[in-house]
Design a protein around this ligand. Sequence first.
Ligand SMILES: NC(=O)c1ccc[n+]([C@@H]2O[C@H](COP(=O)([O-])OP(=O)(O)OC[C@H]3O[C@@H](n4cnc5c(N)ncnc54)[C@H](OP(=O)(O)O)[C@@H]3O)[C@@H](O)[C@H]2O)c1
Length: 289
Amino acid sequence: MNAGDSSSSISSSSGILEKPFIYGTAWKEEETKRLTRLAIEQGFRGIDTANQRKHYDEAAVGEAVKEAIRDGMVSRDELFLQTKFTFQSGQDHRLPYDPNASIADQVERSLASSLEHLGVNYLDSYILHGPSRGAGLHANDWDAWSAMEQLHDAGRVRSIGISNVSFDQLKTLLAQCRIAPTYVQNRCYATQEWGRDVRELCRKQGMFYQAFSLLTANARILSHPSLIEIATKYKRQVTQVVFRFAIDAGMIPLTGTSQPVHMRTDLGAFDFKLNAEEIKRIEQVAIAN
Ligand SMILES: NC(=O)c1ccc[n+]([C@@H]2O[C@H](COP(=O)([O-])OP(=O)(O)OC[C@H]3O[C@@H](n4cnc5c(N)ncnc54)[C@H](OP(=O)(O)O)[C@@H]3O)[C@@H](O)[C@H]2O)c1
């Protein structure tokens, strides 16, 4: 596998995720455990969560993971488990750390709590949920990143990454960090050629771009004639064409669907392939008119 190219596989702890497609667990509340288990049953092996009770129930994700392993549905090393450290500004009152502690201690405490929630002794990927401010990287960001680098050194997380990051922030991080991110997780807008500037940077630097909100951030595009034409050609749904485009363009897509039928159709994106002209056409679909 080439670094930065997700089209064939991404690494789980044992080596390979055959289908680089991540199931996202945000906003599921009391359905979190049931849907996470269902996603594993349907074939997802990548699971994304966060120690941010405001939007995720990481403990419920962990219950599903523990049960799936206990029931022999999957082994730990077949799973790609990813969670996040979230600054206090992104949390509600249900904090996984003492807000008066240093940022390094907050990261350590949040990670320890995540490992406990998920019932594992290492993560495949640990993500900084987002820089502390919209522009630039500041002292808290560097403190958090440095703490994450140390978790990586200690083998408690196999890789580290960053989310909700701009091109400039990513360049700054790359220029000054000791350990570069393996994963960059961003909302992916068709109007920005599907995050092209950050994707290109990822490809050049051997990082993997994880794309969320591929459907929800691009609702208008789903009825674009080009996508409908391509979907008709392959006898696929437009949603599958979007996910297939993401895979063919080197991204790792996320889906947070609550419907088993959509879990299956989303994974059905692996059953066909777009050609280079179609990939280019979709990449420019929102800027071509
Ligand atoms: N880092 C961050 O700050 C951040 C932010 C947002 C999200 N995320 C991660 O990304 C994950 C996914 O979030 P998202 O924003 O991409 O999606 P999402 O909020 O989970 O929404 C996906 C939407 O697409 C629909 N959908 C999925 N497959 C479909 C299909 N085959 N046909 C029709 N509709 C379909 C779903 O409807 P149905 O439920 O009816 O299928 C749902 O409305 C989250 O759970 C979270 O893990 C991270």
